[in-house]
Design a protein around this ligand. Structure first.
Ligand code: ADP
Ligand code: MG
Length: 300
């Protein structure tokens, strides 16, 4: 017997993939660019044929050069924009718009300048309709988690870049989304603070078990944090390859960045980014290659 229309629709929306938290199938995103003379427009393909599965509790990094479509992709997963073709599912449900199951941390803090730290962190809880006392208590918990106790009553302009970024993370975590979407969240802070924030994120991830998609243009940051790294190339933006990172955890307080395996993965990702056509695909670098690369990075 035929299913009724609604059941058929639901069936289509469900995927058999039970361990995949997020599934992207054949995503493309096209922007209409207006011509200079104001007449007509041309199409710009920002994303083409993006397929990706993210497991529940996984930390997946997306790395790629500026303009390859990382933010565009994250916006689609956040539900802030719709793909021109393809579908995105969370827990088998088709994404049709933004929702509180996804927390977003953007580049450059994006805090409310007129709210103190505590009220910034409480924002999502307000939207959720959590009563005031409970809101304060939960917000305080997350302020403590990111190490900002004592700064509850400060305004954003009274905080350093690293502290603002911590507030943004606490705000995204406070309303307990299952998925955290982070778009180059540490790009605006100095190198030392950046490494401290990376370690904090790993600790928080360990404690909360969130599924995290972390966008960055830093190859090192991607490798250090992730279970897997999706490497994107541009023109048109697409995922070139997804690499599994089997470096041991916890990675904090270890010199994992200087390990041979780290160097090898970095080399491989650089190779993919530089030779997007796969000319040197799967070529294992020699020790000299890796040494040269490390030397050039130290020189930077
Ligand atoms: P990334 O985050 O990797 O640096 P983006 O996703 O921001 O890249 O942008 C990907 C490409 O799409 C860029 O070439 C950018 O200029 C273009 N683009 C992004 N948003 C728009 C838009 N709203 N209209 C037209 N082009 C856009
Ligand atoms: Mg971007």
């Amino acid at each position: 017997m035929a299913l009724n229309a609604r059941e058929a629709e639901l069936d289509q929306e469900r995927l058999p993939d039970s361990d995949a938290k997020i599934v992207l199938t054949n995503i493309s995103r096209i922007f209409q660019i207006k011509r200079n003379n104001g007449q007509g427009s041309t199409e710009f393909i920002a994303l083409k044929d993006v397929n990706l599965k993210v497991k529940s509790g996984e930390l997946l990094a997306i790395v790629g050069p500026s303009g390859c479509g990382k933010s565009t992709l994250l916006d689609l997963i956040a539900g802030l924009a719709r793909p021109n073709s393809g579908e995105i599912f969370i827990d088998g449900r088709l994404i049709k718009g933004p929702a509180l199951d996804r927390g977003i941390v953007l580049q450059g803090y994006a805090l409310f300048p007129w709210r103190v730290v505590l009220d910034n962190v409480a924002f999502g809880l307000e939207i959720k309709g959590v009563p005031r006392n409970e809101r304060r208590q939960i917000s305080q918990e997350f302020i403590n988690l990111v190490g900002l106790q004592g700064f509850e009553d400060r305004y954003p302009y009274e905080l350093s870049g690293g502290m603002k970024q911590r507030v943004a993370i606490a705000r995204a975590l406070a309303y307990d989304p299952e998925v955290l979407l982070m778009d180059e969240p540490f790009a605006a802070v100095d190198a030392q603070t950046r490494e401290a924030l990376q370690d904090e994120l790993l600790q928080i991830w360990d404690k909360t078990g969130k599924t995290i998609i972390f966008v960055t243009h830093s190859i090192e940051e991607a490798i250090y944090l992730a279970d897997r790294v999706a490497v994107m190339t541009s023109s048109p933006g697409t995922i070139r390859e997804v690499l599994g990172i089997s470096l041991p955890r916890p990675r904090q307080n270890s010199d994992v960045r200087s390990s041979a395996e780290f160097g090898w993965i970095r080399h491989r990702i650089r190779d993919l980014l530089q030779n997007g056509n796969g000319a040197t695909e799967h070529s294992q670098p020699t020790d000299q290659d890796v040494a040269k690369e490390i030397a050039s990075e130290v020189a930077l």
